[in-house]
Structure formats: structure tokens, C-alpha cells
Design a protein around this ligand. Structure first.
Ligand code: MN
Length: 148
């Protein structure tokens, strides 16, 4: 009787622990944040983590596509003004890549000029935000691109 109880308790604990870990893994969506500005990158990542997302910060745009292939994130947040490489070009390349094309991209850009949004969306961005980015519209845009 005692043995059976202990076994069953151990089993339940194990089961609950496993369920918890599995649930966490299933629920926490992963977001790759490509942003060269340290303050913006930290802000985006802090806000996303506070909202339960798993975050991979990346300052180097030239590593964006390789990192995305390794991580298979649920969403990519892409700064458009990056050193050495254009975010628009990265989005176009991602949309031509069989492993990446299904991942939605939320573009974030400073110096939004007339026609910029159209150009960025035409490249394949599913969402678009002009800087400075406020937290509420940012989280709304992120959630719109990550349906349960
Ligand atoms: Mn930038």
C-alpha cells in the first residue's frame, strides 16, 4: 500500500513536472529580434520577455538569416536600418528561402518616408511599425502575427 502510494505520488510529480515543462515549451513562442541599436534591442527584448515570449537578440544583421535557420523562430522582428545590410533585402531573401519564407516578419523602421511602408510590405513584411515604437502598438503588432 505504502509502496504503491509512493510510486503513484512520484509518478504524479513526474507527470505534473513534465506537463509543466511541455506546456511552457508549447506556449512560449520564440522571437528573433534583429536590431543594431542597443537600447531598442534591449527594450524590445525586455517587453517581449515580460509578455512570456522567448527571445533571441541579434545586433548583426549579416547573421540574421543563418540565425533564423538555426532557431526556426515563430516571428522575426527586423530593423530596416542595419549596418552593412538592408533589412528590406533581408526580408526579400527570407521570403525566397524555403526554410524561412513561412516565418512572419515585423519590420521596424526609423525615418519612415512616404512609400516606405509599401516598399517594405512588398518585400514580404507581414507587419510594419515606424520608430519611435510605443509598447502597446508593438505588442499588438506582435500578437497579430502570432495566432494561437
Ligand atoms: Mn538600426
Amino acid at each position: 500500500m505504502k509502496l504503491s502510494y509512493e510510486l503513484s505520488a512520484a509518478f504524479q510529480l513526474d507527470y505534473l513536472g513534465m506537463k509543466g515543462r511541455e506546456r511552457q515549451r508549447a506556449v512560449a513562442k520564440r522571437i528573433l529580434v534583429v536590431e543594431d541599436n542597443d537600447l531598442n534591442r534591449k527594450l524590445f527584448c525586455d517587453v517581449l520577455r515580460a509578455n512570456g515570449f522567448e527571445v533571441e537578440p541579434l545586433a548583426d544583421g549579416e547573421r540574421a538569416l543563418d540565425t533564423a535557420r538555426q532557431l526556426s523562430p515563430d516571428l522575426i522582428i527586423m530593423d530596416i536600418q542595419l549596418p552593412h545590410v538592408s533589412g528590406v533585402e533581408l526580408i526579400e531573401q527570407a521570403k525566397r528561402d524555403l526554410h524561412l519564407q513561412a516565418i512572419p516578419v515585423l519590420a521596424v523602421t526609423a525615418y519612415a518616408a512616404k512609400g516606405d511602408e509599401e516598399k517594405i510590405r512588398a518585400a514580404g513584411a507581414a507587419g510594419y511599425l515606424a520608430k519611435p515604437v510605443s509598447i502597446m502598438p508593438f505588442m499588438t503588432a506582435v500578437r497579430e502575427l502570432l495566432p494561437d
